[in-house]
Ligand binder design. Structure first.
Ligand code: SAM
Length: 313
């Protein structure tokens, strides 16, 4: 049985490392997480995703979509389920290469449903364990006709930039089932910033006591397969790949996607925090301790950027 499982067969080399890394990450409770030095950075990232998701839902609804369907590509343990619930979506497909994470995501969803008020209609959901850089996801959909309003790919896309084939399959999965006018939103490390910091370093790595980014060489950076290691308080230590954004944007055009917005986290923050509702959400999410971001967390966060593509009519 095990040998013939589609995920097992499809996962290999780098995919196997990523899956086993995320599969072995333990779920920790709020108390343990709050003691971590990266607690505020996680809160900040969650705030950023909440704002991004909220604004994209407004746009999709503004364009007339009523029953919103979402693909969460690289859903992990389902950290965004609550954001989708708040956004009142109708259906979600959660896919991830790490089977254990997908199981935890499903459990989280079932708990959410079980604990919800009888008058709240929680969205329906499908969970798929899949290497989305190798497998055509649409073939695994329960509803073969399903089309999405939004594909959300949060902190995931860079794993696929190992090869053009993988990056393209990930993009295909993100975009081929989007409705015209639908959105592909995501967050990924900023390759320019990573290279800038590497070039400024006198070794092959940079970082601080909280995070570390290590390359194997510098001076030349291939478009695909440009690998580095990222570790954050020992929590994440898995190979990632630089995403050269102009190439990514160009590749997305194959799927009729048009770049709507690309911003660094710091720019996004500065713009959104001016709005009262976003600012008060930020205060709530950061409310557990007095200072929002330690230097290390802030620096690690500044390495990231977020983007939003829309499908052309
Ligand atoms: N999106 C979630 C979030 O924001 O909390 C999880 C982000 S976590 C940093 C990256 C996730 O990408 C992991 O759950 C990992 O298993 C998943 N991933 C990496 N490569 C993948 C692939 N080829 N196909 C599907 N999921 C992948």
């Amino acid at each position: 049985e095990e040998e013939t499982s589609p995920t097992k067969k499809l996962v290999s080399d780098h995919g196997e490392k990523v899956a086993s890394h995320y599969n072995t990450l333990q779920e920790v409770g709020l108390v343990v997480r709050s003691q971590s030095r990266i607690f505020y950075m996680r809160n900040f990232n969650n705030w950023l995703k909440s704002v991004l998701i909220g604004e994209i839902l407004d746009r999709v609804r503004g364009a007339g979509s009523r029953n919103v369907s979402v693909l969460d590509l690289g859903c992990g343990k389902g950290g965004d389920l609550l954001k989708w619930r708040r956004g009142g979506i109708s259906h979600i497909v959660c896919a991830d290469i790490a089977e254990v994470s997908v199981d935890q995501c499903r459990t989280r969803y079932e708990e959410m449903k079980r604990k919800s008020h009888s008058n709240e209609k929680i969205f329906s959901a499908q969970f798929i364990a899949s290497d989305c850089s190798k497998e055509v996801l649409s073939e695994r959909l329960d509803d073969p006709e399903l089309m999405f309003d939004i594909c959300s790919c949060q902190f995931v896309y860079h794993y696929s930039f190992e090869s053009e084939q993988k990056a393209d399959m990930m993009l295909r999965n993100a975009c081929e089932r989007l409705k015209p006018g639908g959105f592909f939103i995501g967050t990924t490390p900023d390759a320019y910033e990573l290279v800038k910091r590497l070039e400024a370093s006198d070794s092959l790595s940079f970082g601080n006591e909280v995070f570390k980014v290590s390359f194997q060489s510098k001076g030349s950076y291939p478009l695909f397969g440009c690998q580095y290691h990222f570790s954050l308080e020992g929590v994440v230590n898995v190979p990632e790949f630089l995403v050269y954004f102009p190439l990514f944007e160009h590749m997305a055009k194959r799927y009729n996607m048009l770049l709507v917005l690309k911003q660094r986290f710091s720019e996004f923050f500065e713009e959104k925090v001016k709005k009262e509702n976003h600012r008060s959400l930020m205060m709530k999410m950061m409310a557990l301790e007095p200072f929002p971001c330690e230097d290390g967390g802030q620096q690690a966060t500044d390495n990231k950027e977020q983007y939003c593509h829309a499908k052309e009519h």
